[in-house]
Structure formats: structure tokens, C-alpha cells
Design a protein around this ligand. Structure first.
Ligand code: SF4
Length: 717
């Protein structure tokens, strides 16, 4: 029996876990009380680590589809099949004929993070899609133009703030997102214990709203109007105070002119929050000793996702709360953070290429996934004919998923790197599984850059595996697409990648000694990073290293062309007239929003019995007044329709949603032919993304509208 100390790779909170195991058999999972960050915190998903390892439906062998039936094959045969079928397509139709989709688990997988980008480059395709455009890309877009880098994102200084304004965020259930903070409940409680105040703005009275001082039930999709009105009050009442930011900000007066139409009286009837409440919140925000405004998925997956993300930080700047203790601050990750190198003046840009069918601009090198189906379906030069999915399930988790499902069925070839035969990978011709989490090295390269404290923690693989690591699988694919063949020497490719990384960092690659793969790259990044640590230091500190609370980082953190915070960038403000027009638009009678669930992780953990036990959670929440008007009883089946499709779903009557709002969680809709998931099939639920309209996107970032989808609802016949 051994005990492994690992960082949980299942969400952004990066909790330390203590895993007792006998070889690959896990016997117990507990929170690691000595973890410098999470201090013993664990959630139900972390506990399910054992169920994940024990899941008999997990794939452990490559599969190749022959005559519509999957056969288990050797790794060599699987790669030979990919070489045989992918290369001729690329040769004949060009690089853009091959698309790649990276799902959310890829952000938690060190191998995918470090080596996936090598594969994208090798493929040379402009058809790169990720789960980011059904999630957080608007925040990257706004941060890129405000601060110069899409990953220069201010994070609420939760442990010191005295006023927290949360919009479209339910961290008590999500465990934090774009805000790495284990034990959110404890941290929020800390704010109130210190005498601080928490205000939640959300169409639902969420679990987070329940522990807040105040909940404002905003109409879905109108956060940008609310934020613009708060900003207008700051200008009208002269409440803004840039403080030490004054020397570092351009464009303040322009912002004042842009928000002038958004008076509380103009905005209130649209958003469902009174003008008095808008003024009161603006004044409290300005008067707070320290304050942070934080918007999350409810504010990004809507028509004005980028404007809302921008205005969140406009408020942080105008109240002088950006980059100060208790405000919204910039973390300093130990490894791989581009903004840790001062003096860069490259700035951010987007639209370097556009999608073929809808002419949508790329953002951060990717196209909106809402356009993937038409890129596959529409004939012509550049048509997508092959798809590679990496840890994703877009047929469940992206808009108009019925259309995307129909599209992937028409592909000439599809490969999935996945541990499950799910609603997407069932369409693949080849499936390549990856190892269990306990068999992988782990380091939260991204999430330490979004953390409420500066932390680093390395997890070494705790068990042996016969499966190749994801990074090795990816390098074999790189070998194929670069013409080195399915038997390419991946050690040589890895050496080359490490050599290039070292060269760019001005280091000698030999410093990393005999390490290979992700461990070598992380060691080099740590050596090039802002703290005097190496991977050996992290290996000697299994509970992590705490580099302390966030520190002010202006102006070095900025990489805009001006070296200042560019508060009114034209690439963002160009969309303000559309927001002005919104003041005249009558609200839709019913709109659909999502619903985060603590025991759920998008679509991929529904095959774990401990996480799905109990009553059906895939229900439509409906306000009692609406239920009465529609003649719907609690538990009755409702037919919910949108432009793109319809679903039948049980109703749960609750006053936690505001009238006119229907809330259905996404990621459900299992049990389809060809999938393998015995538990998920018996807790199938319905796929709410059938209702999400692929034509509704944030105009700037192309991110899908998943919050505020116009729908009709009636009793199911
Ligand atoms: S909160 Fe996230 S990181 Fe922590 S145990 Fe749960 S799933 Fe794992």
C-alpha cells in the first residue's frame, strides 16, 4: 500500500489529494491537509478519483472502426491507420481540410497543453477549435486588448477583498473558474467574517447567492448593460478614483463618453434591476476599502460577452482596485507565464484569418466552434474533411449539437484522443485512449496563472502504465503529419522541442539533465520563471510551494503597444453601438440559461456512479408564476423549443430562477447508440445544447450564446 500526494486534475481549484493505493487500485482518497493551498479541502469530484480509476467503461486499448464496428488494435496498427487515411486527405485537399477540437479536459492535462500546440503547428490548419468558444474566450479577448496579453487576466484577491461583486458566477458550485481558489466556501466566508460584503448578480439564486449579502436577479444576457450603467454612475457622480493607476491608463475620457447613454433609468427596465439598486451598487463599489468585480461564464457566453468582460475590468480600473491588495490582481505563475517577462510590447490582435463560411475572425489562433458544423457541411475549397478531437465531446457540449452530429457523420476521417466512447468519439474512425490520472505527471500550468495566491505544485506519476502518455501519442501524430511516419523517433522530436524551448528562454537544455517529456519542459520553464526554483525543488515539496499573496505588478505586467492599460481599445468599443441598440429591444418572453452542478464536469464524469446517484438532475427549473401560467406541474414533462431544435425535459418548479427564465444544465443526453457508458446511459438526461443556436454568438469573440437563448416552452403532449 502506498500513499500518493497529487494535485487533483479535475477542475481549476488544484486541490491537493492524498491517494492511498495498492498499485493501480485506489483504496482511499482524502484532501491533503498539508497542501499549502487547499489545506485538506476536497469536493465530491475529487472523491470520485477512485471511481474514475475503477470505471470498467474506460478505454484502455486503441480502437479502429472497420465496417462500422470498433475493433481493439495495437498502437502501431492504430497509428498506421491514421497515416494511411489522414495523409492522403491532407495531400489532396490541403491543410485546412483537417480540423482539430480541443476539449476542456485538455486544459488540465500537462501533456496536451505542452505538446498539443506542436501538433497544431505541424498540422498547419486554420481550423482549430476549442471549448474556449463555449466558455471564456471573451475574457481573453478583452484582457488581450486592455493589458496586451490574453492571459493577463485580473483575478479577485479573494483573501483580502472587502467587497466582491460577482456576475454570472457560481464558484461555490463550479469551485472557481478563471479564479483558482480551493475551498471557495471558506474564502467567501472569510470576506464576510472580515466585515466585507458579497453581491451576486445572476438570473438564478445560486448556492453562491445563498451565502452572499445580496442577490440581484438580472435578466439573462444583460450584464453588459448593468456594468455599463455602473460605469455611467461612476462618471456622472464623479466617483471614479484611479489612485496609483492614473499614470498607467489611457482612454478614461473615451469610456465616459461611451457609457453616457447607459443611465440607470435607461437600463433598469431592460435588465430587471432598479435604477436605485444600480446606483447603490455603484456607490458601494466606489466607497469600498477594497473591491473586486468578477464576471464568469454567465457573462461570457452571451451576445455581449466581450463587452461585459471589458466592463468588469473597466470598473476595477476606475475604482482604483486593479492591481492592489484586495482588488483584482495579476497572479505571477512559476512557469510558462508570458507576462512574467517585462518589457514586451507586442500587443494583442485577432482576425489574422477568418472562417471560410461565416467569415468569423480567429481569436488566439482558434475559430468559433459554433461554426464548425458548417465548415464540415459546406462544400468548396477548404472544406473540413477530417477531424481530430482531443479530450472533448463537442456533439454534446457545443451549440446546435444535432447539426454538428450530422456534420461529423459526413467526415471522411476522424480521430479521437479520449478515454471514453462518448457521444462524439463514437463517430471516430480511430480512438486513442490515455492513461489514468494517477499514472500521469501533473502541473497546473494554466491555473497557477489565474490563482488567488502564487502557488506551484508538481505531481509525479504514482503508478506504472502500459498506455503511452498523451504527449507521446501526440508526438506520434506529429511524426505522421510531418512526414516522419508512424514510427517516427519521438524522443528526437521531444529533444528538438526541449532544445527550442531552452533556446527561446536563453537556457542550456542540459540544465534539465536526463529528464524528458513534460518534466523537462516544466523544469526549463521554472528555471526561466520569476522564482528561484527548479523541478527538483518542487519534487522535494510534495505539498506544494507557496510564493505568497498576489503582489502589484504594474506596469511590468502590461504588454500593450503603449505600455499602458488601454481602457478604450477600438477593437472592443466598436461593439458599443450594438449595446446602445439593445436599450430599445423588447425582451424575449422566455430564455434558456445553463446550470452548473457540483457533481458534474460538463459531460465527461457522468459515468461515475458516486457523481450521478440520487434523483434526476437534468431538469428544467421554472419559476412558479411561469409554471402556473403554462399549466405545468412539478415533475411534468415540458417541450422546450428553439430555432435549432426541441427537447422534452422534466420540470422542477422553483423560485430560484426569475420569471421568464428556464434553466437546464448542459452535458447530458447520454445513452446514444454506439456509446459505452453503462452508468451514464442509465442517467441519460437530455442534451440542452440541441437548443443552443449556432447563429447566436458574441459579435467580437465568436463565443456561443448559451445564456439567454430565446425559447418557447409548453406542456409536452
Ligand atoms: S474542487 Fe476541483 S480540484 Fe478540488 S477536489 Fe474538487 S474537482 Fe478536484
Amino acid at each position: 500500500m502506498s500513499t500518493a500526494i497529487v494535485t487533483c486534475p479535475l477542475c481549476e481549484a488544484t486541490c491537493g489529494l492524498e491517494v492511498e493505493h495498492d498499485g493501480p487500485q485506489i483504496t482511499a482518497v482524502r484532501g491533503d491537509k498539508l497542501d499549502v493551498f487547499s489545506q485538506g479541502y476536497i469536493c465530491p469530484k475529487g472523491v470520485s478519483f477512485k471511481a474514475l480509476h475503477d470505471d470498467p467503461d474506460r478505454l484502455t486499448t486503441p480502437l479502429v472502426k472497420r465496417d462500422d464496428v470498433f475493433e481493439e488494435v495495437s498502437w502501431d496498427d492504430a497509428f498506421a491507420e491514421i497515416e494511411r487515411r489522414l495523409l492522403p486527405l491532407r495531400e489532396k485537399y490541403g491543410n485546412n481540410a483537417v480540423a482539430i477540437y480541443l476539449g476542456n479536459p485538455g486544459a488540465h492535462n500537462l501533456g496536451s497543453l505542452l505538446y498539443g500546440r506542436v501538433l497544431y503547428k505541424a498540422l498547419g490548419t486554420q481550423n482549430i477549435y476549442t471549448a474556449g468558444t463555449v466558455d471564456q474566450v471573451p475574457k481573453h479577448f478583452s484582457s488581450g486588448y486592455l493589458f496586451g496579453d490574453p492571459l493577463t487576466i485580473p483575478i479577485p484577491d479573494l483573501d483580502r477583498t472587502s467587497y466582491l461583486l460577482l456576475l454570472g458566477a457560481n464558484p461555490l458550485v463550479s469551485n472557481g473558474s478563471l479564479m483558482t481558489a480551493p475551498d471557495i466556501r471558506g474564502r467567501l466566508k472569510g470576506i464576510r467574517t472580515r466585515g466585507g460584503r458579497i453581491v451576486v448578480v445572476d438570473p438564478r439564486r445560486t448556492a453562491t447567492a445563498d451565502v452572499a449579502d445580496e442577490h440581484l436577479a438580472i435578466r439573462p444576457g444583460t450584464d453588459a448593460l448593468f456594468l455599463a450603467a455602473l460605469t455611467q454612475v461612476l462618471f456622472a457622480d464623479k466617483l471614479g478614483d484611479l489612485g496609483r493607476l492614473a499614470d498607467h491608463v489611457l482612454g478614461v475620457d473615451e469610456v465616459g463618453e461611451l457609457v453616457a447613454p447607459f443611465t440607470p433609468e435607461a437600463v433598469a427596465p431592460i435588465i430587471g434591476i432598479t435604477a436605485d439598486d444600480i446606483r447603490r451598487v455603484a456607490r458601494a463599489l466606489a466607497a469600498a476599502e477594497s473591491a473586486a468585480v468578477y464576471g464568469r461564464i454567465g457573462t461570457t457566453v452571451q451576445s455581449f460577452g466581450t463587452l461585459a468582460s471589458w466592463l468588469v475590468d473597466v470598473l476595477n480600473v476606475l475604482t482604483g482596485n486593479l492591481d492592489r491588495a484586495g482588488g483584482a490582481m495579476f497572479p505571477l505563475g512559476a512557469a510558462g507565464q508570458t507576462n512574467s517577462v517585462p518589457g514586451r510590447r507586442r500587443g494583442f490582435t485577432h482576425g489574422r484569418w477568418r472562417s471560410r463560411v461565416r467569415n468569423l475572425p480567429e481569436v488566439m489562433g482558434e475559430l468559433p466552434v459554433a461554426t464548425l458544423a458548417e465548415e464540415i457541411l459546406a462544400p468548396g475549397d477548404g472544406q473540413v474533411r477530417a477531424l481530430l478531437t482531443v479530450g472533448g465531446n463537442p456533439c454534446l457540449s457545443t451549440p446546435n449539437s444535432d447539426r454538428l452530429t450530422a456534420a461529423v457523420e459526413q467526415l471522411d476521417f476522424m480521430v479521437s484522443l479520449d478515454v471514453y466512447l462518448n457521444e462524439t468519439s463514437r463517430h471516430a474512425d480511430v480512438i486513442l485512449p490515455g492513461p489514468l490520472p494517477l499514472a500521469r505527471a501533473h502541473f497546473d500550468l494554466l491555473f497557477y496563472q489565474l490563482s488567488v495566491r502564487n502557488i506551484a505544485n508538481w505531481t509525479a506519476p504514482a503508478i506504472e502504465t502500459e498506455l503511452p502518455q498523451e504527449w507521446q501519442t501526440i508526438l506520434r501524430l506529429v511524426g505522421i503529419v510531418t512526414g516522419q511516419g508512424a514510427d517516427a523517433d519521438i524522443s528526437a522530436i521531444d529533444d528538438f522541442i526541449a532544445g527550442e524551448s531552452a533556446r527561446r528562454a536563453g537556457l542550456d537544455v542540459e540544465l534539465a539533465g536526463s529528464r524528458t517529456g513534460p518534466a523537462r519542459l516544466v523544469d526549463l520553464m521554472l528555471r526561466a520563471g520569476p522564482y528561484d526554483v527548479t523541478l527538483a525543488d518542487l519534487e522535494a515539496a510534495p505539498h506544494g510551494i507557496d510564493f505568497g499573496p498576489l503582489q502589484p505588478r504594474l506596469p511590468d505586467v502590461l504588454s500593450t503597444p503603449s505600455g499602458k492599460i488601454e481602457l478604450a481599445p477600438p477593437a472592443i468599443t466598436v461593439d458599443v453601438p450594438r449595446l446602445v441598440a439593445e436599450l430599445e429591444r423588447p425582451p424575449d418572453p422566455f430564455v434558456l440559461i445553463g446550470r452548473r452542478q457540483l457533481s458534474s464536469n460538463n459531460s465527461w464524469m457522468h459515468n461515475l456512479a458516486p457523481l450521478v446517484r440520487g434523483s434526476n438532475r437534468c431538469t428544467a427549473h421554472l419559476h412558479p408564476d411561469d409554471a402556473e401560467q403554462l399549466g405545468l406541474a412539478d415533475g411534468a414533462l415540458a417541450l422546450v423549443r428553439s430555432r435549432t431544435g426541441q427537447i422534452t425535459v422534466p420540470i422542477e418548479i422553483t423560485d430560484t430562477v426569475r420569471p421568464g427564465v428556464v434553466s437546464i444544465p448542459h452535458g447530458w443526453g447520454h445513452g446514444l447508440d454506439g456509446t459505452r457508458g453503462s452508468v451514464a446511459s442509465s442517467h441519460a438526461g437530455v442534451n440542452s445544447n440541441i437548443l443552443a443556436d449556432d447563429l447566436l454568438i458574441d459579435a467580437l469573440s465568436g463565443t456561443a450564446v448559451l445564456n439567454g437563448i430565446p425559447i418557447e416552452i409548453s406542456a409536452a403532449k
